[in-house]
Design a protein around this ligand. Structure first.
Ligand code: DGJ
Length: 742
């Protein structure tokens, strides 16, 4: 560990020069470190396999961003940080310079990273560099206000193989007075200065999550945020900026990233008068006030950022690898998710032991590995008006408790999973009758219902401990190996009358921290538990929850055609391994009917499940399902843990095609979908990517829809000549698997 302050720099320079003469090889090793300090220029260089990030101390003693992009490699080329001069009196030097973590103070007019009010009324904050520390893949840069003992440590962790850096900050109040943080951001990313950037982001709504939106960036700001208490369906905390709006799936410089936070978050994309394009991210500062007493501190969420010169496809794969290999609870031994059955669309609230056993018998025969009973099993839960909060098995529906059903499911060779909505309470519940004050509210004011329910104030430690206790008890008393953790409304009237008024706005941060804590404690006590994050579909999907759960429920919209776009959008930021997709019955949520095979193949592009009412299936449906599930099991490792190539987008033509290639390029699988048939045109050629051109692959067909009859094909043929499919009629579909034989 190194730890120097500015006065040590001269000693450090001299000793490094002497050291380099004596031990030239040792210096070489030093320069290949992931993070290095160049003392004579006061620069820190953070390197990943293909990128370089540089930050330095300018002549004002402030941290300034120098570079973020393709790998540079030669430290001699780097210049020390210098502030830019002011532009007339109207744009100050701090507004013109790319400050690495600007406090709101002096003459800063761009979006700050930190804004404070001290108890004595002072609101001016100017952070200057103090010291640093490098530990392996982590760099800490300590800054301090020019007057007060307000310490802000910027923490960078580099993920070298993913070309991604995680920034976060820690704000410590070492003054003798209280300080209120009014904006606490994790950091800011700067792309190369210039004009003409394009922002890509994910927007949507319930049943229409993760739609891809793109806007040109001009001077001014674009704000992406959630003020809803969780991540939200409406906007997802992920962004990508591409140079000149020119990048596509395979080409172009793309800077991308996301905030790892499942509460109120904010991303501000700003083009400044200096033509800097910067993205500030962290806690949403709307209705935000976080008081720090002397000695207290606040950590901001992780804010990930990455760069690639190879387009959106590579940007997505880097994000996928980050989640799969670095963040998910099983990241050290990634494994595919099991084939799941979920009862929701089949039985809704009408669950009971015999009905669920009948479904389980049928699911087991198909090859299902995990049987999940959804909503309806607890309290007086016969519809969505009652029961939330009463996490006790309903004795009318399950007179023998859950043991009989779980034993039955386990006896069929499947794991058993159960649905919970821990953060919610129905006014018609025993819990509410006992603790009406546990629901979030401003005393004496209305409590507006959403889906007939209120939000429990999870910021309260007594509520947190109670919810942890009931979940832990359920898991101790029953052999439950999977939880679907749902949240079916957003915050309303976020009051917290039990703490002093100055602390009440902490609810936004504490709520999410306590939800995280419950999940962390459950995982620690039940290490084999699998958890699915759901919020009325994909309303809680972000890099914060994905360090705690194994997968996310993608959307309540299970219509296979709509899913093509929802899944494409999700795949920009998150990996197929976490994208839970079910085959369900038709007509679907939007009245559309698609063939069962189309529904299977769409759902097989992520973590696969079935949500159909199997009591209504025909023998032919079961035959097809058995074949499809067997096929899925043969390709799921490639789909869930391989590299995704989006070949044809559902937004751009009549055919969608996706390809998944195992990391060693020995296995691949292609899916192709015709949306609707018009004028009998044949579908376009599908050019594969990511294969070894010199390798020979055996072609495995699931049907006769591939026009190329060869048994084997080279990687070069597959990528250069491409494949042609016969797709005819609305919602025709196919898949081809490839296995390297030479
Ligand atoms: C919303 C979820 O997204 C559905 O899958 C289902 O679990 C219902 N809630 C149950 O109320």
């Amino acid at each position: 560990m190194l730890n120097f302050n500015r006065s040590n720099d001269r000693v450090l320079v001299l000793s490094l020069i002497a050291f380099s003469f004596l031990f030239p090889f040792a210096m070489k090793a030093q320069s290949s470190a992931l993070i290095r300090y160049l003392p004579e220029r006061k620069l820190w260089v953070v390197e990943s396999d293909r990128t370089t990030y540089v930050v330095g101390v300018n002549e004002q003693g402030q941290l300034q961003n120098i570079y973020w992009g393709k790998k540079l490699g030669r430290d001699e080329d780097l210049q020390a940080a210098h502030t830019r001069p002011e532009h007339a009196s109207f744009d100050s030097s701090e507004t013109m310079s790319s400050l690495e973590y600007p406090g709101w103070g002096g003459r800063l007019y761009t979006e700050p990273c930190l804004k404070v009010t001290l108890a004595d009324g002072d609101r001016d904050l100017v952070l200057k560099y103090d010291s640093y520390e490098i530990q392996g893949d982590t760099l800490k840069l300590r800054t301090r206000d020019i007057q007060y003992d307000l310490i802000v440590t910027l923490i960078y962790k580099v993920f070298p193989h993913e070309d991604i850096i995680r920034k976060s900050s820690q704000v410590e109040n070492r003054t003798a007075q209280a300080v209120t943080l009014e904006s606490a951001q994790s950091g800011v990313w700067y792309v190369a200065p210039g004009d003409g950037y394009r922002l890509t982001y994910l927007t949507g709504r319930w049943a229409g999550e993760n739609q891809i939106s793109q806007v040109a960036i001009h001077p001014g700001k674009v704000v992406l945020e959630s003020r809803r208490g969780n991540t939200s369906h409406q906007l997802n905390p992920w962004f990508a900026l591409d140079e000149g709006g020119k990048a596509d799936e395979t080409h172009g410089r793309v800077w991308f990233g996301g905030v790892a936070w499942s509460g109120n978050w904010k991303l501000v994309v700003e083009q400044t008068p200096a033509q800097q394009v910067r993205v500030v991210g962290g806690y949403n500062d709307f209705d935000f006030a976080y008081p720090l007493k002397p000695g207290e501190s606040l950590d901001t969420p992780g804010y990930y950022g990455g760069f690639t010169g190879a387009g959106f496809g590579e940007a997505s794969r880097l994000m996928h690898h980050l989640v799969t290999d670095e963040l998910l609870p099983d990241h050290s031994t990634p494994h595919p998710r099991p084939v799941l059955y979920n009862s929701w669309e089949a039985t809704t609230f009408d669950v009971n032991e015999s009905g669920q056993e009948m479904l389980a018998d049928k699911a087991a025969k198909l090859g299902v590995e995990l049987f999940v009973m959804d909503d309806g099993w607890f309290g007086k839960r016969n519809d969505d008006h009652a029961g939330l909060g009463d996490w006790f098995v309903n004795p009318q529906k399950f007179p023998r408790g859950l043991k009989g059903l779980i034993d039955h499911v386990n006896g069929l060779g499947m794991k058993f999973g159960l649905w919970f909505e821990p953060e919610m309470i129905n006014p018609d519940s025993d819990l509410y009758r006992m603790h009406p004050d546990w629901a979030m509210n401003f005393p004496g004011r209305p409590r507006e219902l959403g889906r007939n329910q209120l939000v429990l104030n999870m910021a309260r430690d007594d509520v947190k401990d109670y919810i942890f206790g009931v979940l832990d008890k359920m898991l101790n008393e029953n052999h439950i190996e999977f939880i679907k953790w749902d949240m079916n409304r957003h915050f309303g009237e976020p009051g917290w009358a039990e703490v002093p008024p100055a602390e009440q706005k902490e609810i936004w941060v504490k709520y999410t921290k306590n939800v995280y804590e419950i999940i962390d404690r459950l995982r620690a006590r039940h290490p084999h538990l699998e958890i699915e994050s759901c919020s009325g579909g994909g309303g809680r999907m972000d890099l914060g929850i994905l360090t705690r759960v194994d997968e996310v429920w993608t959307s309540d919209n299970t219509d296979a055609f709509d899913r093509l776009r929802i899944q494409e959008g999700l795949s920009l930021a998150y990996p197929p391994q976490v994208m839970m997709d079910w085959v369900t019955d038709v007509p679907n949520i939007n009245g559309r009917t698609t063939p069962l095979k189309f529904r299977f193949l769409v759902a097989m592009q992520g973590a696969f499940g079935i949500g159909s009412n199997l009591n209504r299936w025909t023998d032919q449906d079961f035959d097809l399902a058995r074949q499809m599930i067997a096929y899925y099991k043969s390709i799921r490792e490639t789909v869930q843990l391989g590299n995704l190539y989006r070949l044809l987008s559902p937004r751009e033509g009549e055919v969608t095609a996706n390809e998944y290639v195992s990391r060693d390029a020995k296995h691949a699988v292609v899916f192709a979908f015709l949306h609707s048939q018009q004028f009998l045109y044949p579908p376009p050629t599908v050019y594969l990517r990511g294969l070894d051109p010199a390798a020979v692959y055996q072609v495995k067909r699931i049907d006769g829809k591939l026009t190329d009859p060869q048994e084997t094909l080279s990687g070069a043929y597959l990528m250069n000549h491409g494949l042609n499919f016969i797709l005819e009629g609305d919602f025709d579909s196919t898949s081809v698997a490839l296995e390297r034989v030479k």
